[in-house]
Design a protein around this ligand. Structure first.
Ligand SMILES: NC(=O)c1ccc[n+]([C@@H]2O[C@H](COP(=O)([O-])OP(=O)(O)OC[C@H]3O[C@@H](n4cnc5c(N)ncnc54)[C@H](O)[C@@H]3O)[C@@H](O)[C@H]2O)c1
Length: 251
């Protein structure tokens, strides 16, 4: 457990998988959490689960919206501020996956992938920055992927978006570090979520066999990395990309 009682957080894509685990971990560690997802039903379900697990409902809020929409993201930040009075931590996590040979990718496939991941991260940072600058500090954590570090066949648009998120993270970290704002990324390896179940069984079996640990990680493993980066223990982590990845990629 880390002490995150000083944080008021926004977590995007919190309706399932890694985002739900991050929201749960941050709330258990004392943060107030505004959860976003494009799927409103999922959000309500996660909120009920957290309340049933003992989290005070006044420490949780939900707001459905698309991270690639400027209007939805503005509403998310406005509502979080109105609800909790501050925002000190933003976890840009929402994501989608699509496995397709490059030759079959359409411009719409490309645009949607870049919009959800890169524009979504941009908008999360864009709305966080003025608030964090005004309050004199904050933490932003962007969800990349190890595939952004090593590339991936049949996932060129996904890996490109994730590589760009690492570039965004490093560049923004350099720009705002002296304002007390720490920007970092996580680059998970294969994690047992719905997103990965969308990949072919052949891909998943081959990947598990390659891993030094021999098994995919769990969403809670990524949440633990996020909790560390959010905590004051990570005060000198700036522009870093941490890899909870079962040893798949070693940098
Ligand atoms: N699972 C993995 O192995 C893995 C590995 C590396 C990186 N990641 C990244 O971790 C993040 C979370 O992935 P996951 O595995 O938990 O996926 P998931 O599919 O289990 O959950 C993703 C959530 O994001 C939501 N979402 C999708 N598009 C959205 C949008 N436009 N606006 C708001 N919410 C939206 C979905 O409704 C869903 O609830 C993603 O960015 C993904 O690329 C996952």
């Amino acid at each position: 457990m880390t002490n995150l009682a000083h944080h008021i957080a926004i977590v995007t894509g919190a309706g399932a998988g890694i985002g739900a685990a991050i929201a749960e971990r941050l709330a258990h560690d004392g943060a107030k959490v505004m959860m976003n997802d494009i799927d409103a039903d999922r959000l309500e379900k996660v909120k009920s689960q957290l309340v049933n697990a003992g989290i005070k409902s006044e420490n949780l809020a939900v707001m459905a919206g698309d991270v690639s929409s400027e209007a939805d993201m503005k509403s998310l930040f406005d509502t979080a501020l109105a609800t909790f009075g501050d925002i000190s931590l933003v976890v840009n996590n929402a994501g989608i996956l699509q496995q397709k040979a490059f030759v079959d990718l359409t411009c719409d496939d490309w645009d949607r992938m870049i919009a959800v991941h890169l524009r979504g991260c941009f908008l999360g940072c864009h709305f966080a920055l003025p608030i964090m600058q005004k309050r004199g500090g904050g933490v932003i954590i962007n969800t990349a992927s190890q595939l952004g570090q090593i590339g991936a066949a049949d996932l060129v648009h996904y890996a490109s978006a994730k590589a760009a998120i690492i570039g965004l993270t490093k560049s923004l970290a350099r720009e705002v570090g002296q304002s007390g704002i720490r920007v970092n990324a996580v680059a998970p390896g294969p994690i047992n979520t719905e997103l990965v179940l969308g990949l072919s069984k052949e891909w998943r079996d081959a990947k598990a066999a390659q891993l030094p640990l021999g098994a995919f990680g769990e969403p809670s493993d990524v949440a633990a990395t996020v909790a560390f980066l959010a905590s004051d223990d990570a005060r000198i982590y700036v522009g870093q990309t941490l890899g909870p990845n079962s040893g798949d990629v070693m940098l």
